[in-house]
Ligand binder design. Structure first.
Ligand code: SAM
Length: 353
């Protein structure tokens, strides 16, 4: 017998997505429902209950696995079972099973102009993971680090790296801006110290013709001394440099997930061999084939960008020409939302088969 459930959305979704908040939450749930066929999710609705907006849906009684998947929805604040008798509607809270390994301030402390909103970053990572063949690995019950590496080849000050660390993944990043690179290095080392997490950090000089061209930060961390000793560790690696040279820093077929929030042409431009550009297209034309070589088979690439600067129909051929297949739930404009007057953001995801 099907059961009705209600999701209370995070209050901040309205600020992040404005009028599109409910629609984006519904679409993420619909995309997730493909990964949980046993639950048979149907009849997703946005409703007001006691003047508060909820997303409700019908499903078979949720298994532990389905609850785990739902717990990580990027807009979810709380999940309830609805007991609907003719006279009364009662909510029973469901205990969430989030992937999160660390205190939430890992995601929220660092604030700066040009930061990709952390809730949106989580949506982008969730969808990219869903599109990939590595969802089961990500949700495996093992205590040790999960066997997934996420690369953000335009990592800025590490918002996506931090979200992926939260999920227990290894992370890799490339950033061309020295200030962003240094700020993230300082932040993550400070945060690991403040939280007394066992870690080892080193900075490597990358030389060409005996002169330092660039730097690479490498950090190994464990939740505690015991797990560190047992090798249950997560790796953080990020490089100061041009993303077009990513394949010099990371091995081919070495990452399961790539996510990038492309420069919006406002605070950041896209740096390619054709110079600094407002539109991300010339950067993507050169970078996507490089990034695609780093993806493992079954891996996925999720991109977010400002649709005022490039159309989805212009991005899709760049991904397809690199041998990737577009992930269907992101073919339409279902995740499109206004960020401000100059930015209308959307998501496209492609898979390496
Ligand atoms: C929208 S921002 C990403 C922000 C990031 N998600 C965060 O929250 O910190 C895009 C980033 O791409 C970087 N960028 C632009 N062209 C680049 C290139 N050719 N190689 C590496 N990074 C580049 C910019 O410096 C900027 O930090």
């Amino acid at each position: 017998m099907t059961q009705r459930y209600a999701v209370l959305l995070l209050p901040s979704v309205n600020r992040v997505y404005r009028v599109a908040a409910q629609h984006i939450a519904n679409t993420e749930l619909s995309a997730l429902s493909y990964a949980m066929p046993d639950a048979a999710i149907s009849d997703v609705q946005s409703v007001l209950i006691g003047s508060v907006p909820y997303m409700t849906f019908s499903a078979n009684p949720l298994s532990t696995k389905s609850i785990a998947l739902l717990s990580n929805l990027s807009s979810l604040y709380a999940l309830f079972k609805i007991n609907d008798s003719s006279s009364d509607v009662q909510f029973t809270p469901i205990t969430l099973k989030r992937l999160d390994r660390f205190p939430n301030d890992l995601l929220s402390i660092l604030k700066f102009a040009g930061k990709t909103n952390e809730q949106f970053t989580k949506l982008l990572i969730n969808l990219t993971l869903l599109a990939s063949n590595y969802l089961t690995e990500a949700y495996s019950d093992k205590d040790e680090a999960r066997n997934i590496r996420l690369l953000d080849p335009l990592c800025g000050r590490g918002t996506s790296l931090n979200q992926a660390l939260m999920y227990g993944f290894d992370v890799a990043g490339v950033e061309i801006d020295r200030r962003d690179f240094d700020t993230y290095g300082l932040f993550i080392n400070r945060w690991l110290k403040d939280n007394r997490l066992k870690h080892q950090s080193k900075t490597i000089e990358l030389k060409r013709d005996n002169t330092t061209q660039s730097h690479r930060h490498q950090i190994t961390l464990g939740e505690d001394k015991e797990s560190y000793k047992a090798g249950a560790v997560q790796q953080i690696e990020f490089v100061l440099g041009d993303t077009l040279h990513s394949a010099e820093h990371f091995k081919k077929k070495s990452v399961e997930l790539i996510v990038a929030d492309l420069p919006y042409g406002i605070k950041h431009g896209s740096q390619s061999t054709k110079g600094l550009n407002k539109s991300p297209l010339s950067l993507l034309e050169q970078a996507v084939p490089v990034w695609a070589t780093l993806l493992k088979s079954g891996g996925a690439m999720g991109l977010a960008w400002n649709t005022y600067l490039a159309k989805k129909t212009e991005l899709i051929p760049l991904l397809e020409n690199a041998g990737l297949t577009i992930y269907e739930p992101t073919l339409g404009n279902d995740f499109r939302h206004r960020v401000d007057q100059a930015i209308m953001r959307d998501i496209v995801i492609a898979v390496r088969t």
